[in-house]
Design a protein around this ligand. Structure first.
Ligand code: NDP
Ligand code: GDR
Length: 323
């Protein structure tokens, strides 16, 4: 049995990845930080809470990361923990850097010192591209020009991970993942905010959905498909970085139109209003990724398309709220 350590196991990707690895007969250890109310709802929804071994720790605390690595004896480490909400990163820039940037040095050190043969996955982000190469499809070779404290922290972590590979000969792969969503997405992210809002309007629980920039465009895939790509990266002989994306881009308005349609509501514009408070100080206007390297070298392809993703999310929120 192989041991895997996942930081961020209580998040969207952590939960899907834990399920994926358990189904492959891994023993899964998950790093969990201390909260006044534990956050296990995703692992419970997937029915795997009792199958994961939890280890206490925080990305800002070196000793707890050392202990997590020592106790789990991992052959694979997936570093998914982060302050992952871009909007918050302007309000809590220092915290974002401490967790998403400096925290990555700490987990890399823990692996270097206590499990140096383990393969390490770093959750890099398409946010690192920012508004570089405007309008172009982004690949592993596209220049990076981050536009938020979150993206800058991820950029630092990305290069630090590459540097540990080059300096210490560690197996380190960075997945440059474009937006991926699911019914387990955090409620503040725009797709889940829309699917939840549409379900509330459909069920008579709300009248309006308030959003920020409706023109911004993203390359949205399904999280379940993307965690498989993380695992595939660590099954390679040599560590490499890969872009993971669908190659399609849609606007926030497109997502709204499609989501209201799934719920059988016409004239979506009657239910959506703009609120300045959801606008960002600096916006990343459009993202579209080219994952042909992952297609060729990993054999990875997205399975769920945009329409199926929106339907899955709206139907899940309708079901949740109807209960
Ligand atoms: P989530 O926000 O759903 O999950 C983040 C996880 O990190 C949670 O388990 C959270 O724990 C944990 N965490 C936050 N701060 C700390 C800390 N100080 N110490 C320990 N754990 C902490 O993110 P996703 O699952 O969506 O994303 C996973 C990773 O992939 C993140 O690094 C994200 O930045 C990156 N990414 C995500 C993309 C996406 O579209 N989803 C795209 C590209 C990259 P708790 O439950 O206690 O809050
Ligand atoms: P993003 O995701 O910033 O791309 O980061 P988010 O869903 O928050 O925003 C996507 C786009 O929608 C616009 N938007 C709104 N966003 C939110 N959250 N709420 C709103 O009301 C709203 N209205 C419009 C945003 O301005 C933005 O343009 C996600 C995270 O998962 C990161 O961790 C990850 O690295 C990147 O995806 C890739």
């Amino acid at each position: 049995m192989k041991n895997a350590l996942i930081t961020g196991v209580t998040g969207q990707d952590g939960a899907y990845l834990a399920k994926f690895l358990l189904d492959k007969s891994y023993k899964v250890f998950g790093l969990v930080r201390r909260l006044s109310t534990p956050n296990f709802w995703r692992l419970e929804e997937l029915g795997i809470k009792d199958k994961v071994e939890f280890l206490d720790g925080d990305m800002t605390d070196q000793e707890s990361l050392n202990n997590a690595v020592k106790l789990s004896k991992p052959v694979e480490v997936y570093n998914l923990a982060a302050q992952s909400y871009v909007g918050t990163s302007w309000k809590q820039a220092v915290l974002t850097a401490e967790v998403d940037a400096v925290g990555v040095i700490k987990i890399l050190n823990a692996v270097k010192d206590f499990a140096s043969d383990a393969k390490f996955y770093q959750a890099s982000s398409s946010e690192m591209f920012g508004n570089s190469a405007k309008g172009e499809v982004k690949s592993e070779d596209t220049p990076l020009h981050p536009t938020s404290p979150y993206a800058i922290s991820k950029l630092f972590a990305h290069w630090m991970a590459v540097n540990y590979k080059d300096s210490y000969g560690m197996f380190v792969s960075c997945g440059i993942l474009f937006n991926h969503e699911s019914p387990l997405r955090g409620i503040e992210f725009v797709t889940r905010k829309i699917s939840d809002g549409v379900a509330r309007i459909k069920l008579g629980l709300a009248d309006k959905l308030y959003l920020g920039n409706l023109e911004s465009k993203r390359d949205w895939g399904f999280a379940g498909d993307y965690v498989e790509a993380m695992w595939m990266m660590l099954q390679q002989e040599d560590p490499e970085n890969f872009v993971i994306a669908t190659g399609e881009t849609h606007s926030v308005a497109d997502f709204c139109r499609e989501a209201f349609e799934v719920a059988g509501i016409e004239n979506w514009k009657d239910y959506v209003a703009k609120n300045e408070k959801f606008m960002r100080p600096s916006e990343l206007h459009a993202l579209k990724g080219d994952s042909s390297k992952a297609g060729k070298e990993l054999g990875w392809e997205p399975k769920v398309n945009f329409g199926e993703l929106v339907r899955m999310m709206v139907e899940a929120d309708l079901e949740r709220l109807s209960k």
